[in-house]
Design a protein around this ligand. Structure first.
Ligand SMILES: [Zn+2]
Length: 126
């Protein structure tokens, strides 16, 4: 399975953390054999938002079963882990590693999507 990008999604900037995120999405799609669709990169966010900085991406979720949603969130964060001491942990309503965070935004609503980003308060690369 592959990662696709919704028409209109704009990669004005891809930061090093963004490259890492894109790699994690691609590996997750192949490992889980699920197609992932990036629905937002840099567009439609304020300048200081992680999206605008090329450090956050949204991915379509509504086409997946609840079990698939859990698997995608967990696998992406596993791919973003920096080793055995950096296992994804529940943080807020999502999962986090030392340097990345992901969650299902607006669960159950038409706007529902995965959001993945460099974790707030971290620097990447360190
Ligand atoms: Zn987002």
């Amino acid at each position: 399975m592959i990662v696709q990008v919704k028409p209109g999604v704009y990669f004005a900037r891809v930061a090093p953390a963004g490259v890492r995120l894109l790699g994690a999405l691609e590996r997750t799609a192949r490992r889980l054999q699920l197609p992932l669709l990036i629905t937002c990169a840099c567009e439609q966010h304020p300048p200081d938002d992680p999206h605008s900085k090329g450090e956050a991406y949204d991915v379509r979720s509504w086409s997946f079963t609840p079990a698939q949603k859990d698997a995608v969130l967990r696998q992406v964060l596993l791919e973003l882990s920096d080793g055995e001491t950096d296992a994804p942990t529940v943080t807020g309503i999502g999962l986090a590693t030392a340097r990345f965070y992901g969650q299902l935004e607006h669960p159950g609503h038409p706007k529902e999507h995965f959001h993945f980003q460099r974790r707030k308060g971290t620097v990447y690369p360190s």
